[in-house]
Write a protein that binds this ligand. Structure first.
Ligand code: NAD
Length: 309
């Protein structure tokens, strides 16, 4: 089975190396030339609680890949999805199964402009990792993956992909409502990513502020209303309980969100696919979302200040 990971950043490298180590034929496809070259020259450097090792995995630029993928794992940032999938269409046959575990709202719409919905599987993951420099990834602790075919069809094929992930040590299960999973994860990110970024604070500091729930409840109430209008059964209480979990000092007290790191590195953020996506849907349904709108614009000001792309 040929597995292709498109977008070999922090998560693509982590997932790709786990699948490669479990014996699969995996290629990392990425547009960052320095990263691709380093992986091919030295191997992919993966650091986790067991130490650092070099994984002899192949990496190519999209145009260098020949052949077809049986399974394509999409792991670019959301703002890169459309450009990258257009560069990778030659790898996709009608039998290719495509899985996205990206954060944010809008990836499925972009992918389904180019790929049949019948081929699309989606979900979320709580695994975390960081691309520390070209060719090197740091994988943090364990996590969970929830996924399903986007229309809830092809359950047996989704089960087969879940089994493959579990065999690679990536804990996975089927989602019983994949749109709810994706929206609840996006709501979680729409709270914590901008709050860490705007306050330059780790998750623990945000959680210990005595009035933090006034802000969080406000963000989530708007998102819950928007989700109802969209026919998505997001439950604000599920999102709150995950947020409260990460506020626990043992969990992520010193952890900064990936949006904070992206800004520090002068890179663009996924704000258009988090609070930005929610406010676009709010406009469509005539729903007022002032808190998400404010947060969206504040992050945009920071992005513009550093002229990020
Ligand atoms: P990433 O930023 O590490 O990588 C995404 C792409 O950007 C890759 O193609 C990578 O090569 C490229 N890139 C990264 N740094 C670059 C640089 N300095 N110069 C040029 N190109 C560069 O993205 P990620 O963190 O792997 O996230 C992928 C998706 O997974 C996103 O939707 C994200 O929200 C989601 N996600 C991430 C995590 C996490 O812990 N990182 C956890 C869960 C979900």
């Amino acid at each position: 089975m040929k597995i292709v990971v498109v977008g070999a950043g922090a998560m693509g490298s982590r997932f790709g190396s786990a699948l490669f180590t479990s014996g699969h034929d995996v290629t990392l496809v990425d547009s960052w030339i320095e990263h691709v070259d380093k992986i091919n020259k030295n191997g992919l450097s993966v650091t986790d609680e067991r130490g650092t090792r070099l994984i002899p995995i192949t990496s190519v630029l999209p145009e260098e890949f020949s052949g077809r993928a049986d399974l394509l794992l999409m792991f670019t940032k959301s703002m890169q999805t459309e450009t990258m999938i257009k560069k990778c269409l030659h790898m996709i046959a009608k039998e290719t199964e495509i899985v996205t575990l990206q954060n944010g709202i809008g990836n499925l719409e972009m992918l389904s402009k180019y790929i049949s919905k019948d081929q699309l599987f989606a979900g979320t993951t709580t695994y975390a990792s960081n691309l520390t420099e070209a060719g090197s990834v740091h994988a943090y602790g364990s996590g969970m993956i929830e996924m399903m075919h986007i229309n809830g069809n092809r359950k047996e094929d989704a089960e087969r992909i879940v089994t493959l992930l579990n065999a690679a040590g990536l804990v996975a299960k089927l989602s019983d409502d994949v749109m709810r999973s994706i929206w609840e994860k996006a709501a979680f990110n729409a709270v914590l990513n901008p709050l860490c970024t705007l306050t330059s604070s780790p998750v623990g500091t945000i959680g210990s502020y005595e009035s933090i729930m006034e802000i969080i409840e406000g963000i989530l109430e708007e998102i819950e209303l928007i989700s109802r209008a969209e026919g998505v059964s997001l439950d604000k209480r599920n999102v709150l309980s995950v947020i409260e979990g990460v506020f626990h000092p043992d969990m992520s007290a010193h952890h900064f969100s990936s949006m904070y790191h992206d800004i520090q590195r002068g890179r663009g953020t996924e704000i258009d696919y988090l609070n930005g996506a929610f406010i676009r849907k709010a406009h469509k349904h005539g729903i007022s979302a002032p808190i998400n709108t404010m947060i969206f614009h504040l992050i945009k000001i920071i992005e513009n200040r550093f002229q990020m792309n």
